[in-house]
Design a protein around this ligand. Structure first.
Ligand SMILES: [Zn+2]
Length: 229
């Protein structure tokens, strides 16, 4: 069910689908995990939005990744205008009318099962949690690269800090930049698949999906010697 926010006095800020049908944990999972369960279960949209009180629920000592989530959530929250005279309400998310139907419930059941090799690879990896989370952010183009900062009128660098030739977009800095491609070539050569080195026109998600399909078998993986890196 999605929540249509009116005065925000019954919708739960941290749990309900009140931000264009999405929950805070869908948009900014790192922030969501920082908030105590008791607070998540009780804090209404009205209470959380009062003088930006939701930011206090997150607590101090946040790293750069979480800071980008703070910006993200801050923008989303700023777009919402509470309507003091209107009660919050809920609606079935899978029909434009907001009314439940068996047909749409059946469709909803299978919607989340769509194959997403990139997301699967990011979350099932044995990499540290921060790396998996970064990969997930990158897959959604949610990293604070210069192009994104510029779109929001925030200070940003004019060009990629590595090559100083191209604008710093996510695709550029991760795989298109000449320096990034040198690094990938070294890594992939050590893994025995130098042919997977990204090309200048590749996009991150499509390239990662292609790499995931070429992942080495368990037997091949045993022969890989990480120290050759
Ligand atoms: Zn570059």
């Amino acid at each position: 069910m999605i929540t249509r926010v009116g005065n925000g006095k019954s919708a739960l800020f941290w749990e309900d689908r009140w931000i264009q049908g999405m929950r805070v944990q869908d948009l900014t999972p790192g922030l969501y995990m920082r908030v105590r369960k008791k607070v998540r279960a009780a804090c209404t949209v009205f209470e959380a939005m009062l003088n930006g009180a939701w930011a206090l629920d997150i607590g101090p000592d946040i790293d750069i990744t979480l800071l980008s989530e703070v910006f993200e959530l801050w923008e989303r929250v700023m777009e919402v205008e509470l309507l003091p005279a209107v009660e919050d309400s809920t609606a079935w998310a899978w029909e434009a009318s907001g009314i439940y139907s068996a047909r749409s419930a059946y469709a909803a059941r299978f919607w989340g099962m769509e194959s997403a090799p990139f997301a699967e690879m990011a979350w099932s990896s044995k990499a540290p949690r921060q790396c998996r989370f970064f990969a997930w952010l990158a897959g959604r183009n949610r990293c604070w690269t210069s192009d994104r900062l510029a779109r929001r009128g925030l200070p940003h660098q004019a060009a990629c800090p590595f090559c100083d030739q191209e604008p710093e977009t996510l695709n550029h800095v991760l795989i298109r930049c000449v320096l990034a491609r040198v690094v990938w070539h070294q890594v992939l050569s050590a893994l025995g698949t130098p042919e997977l080195t990204p090309e200048a026109g590749d996009a991150v998600v499509e390239w990662c999906n292609a790499c995931a399909q070429r992942a080495p078998s368990k037997k091949e993986a045993k022969d890989i010697r990480p120290w050759r890196l």
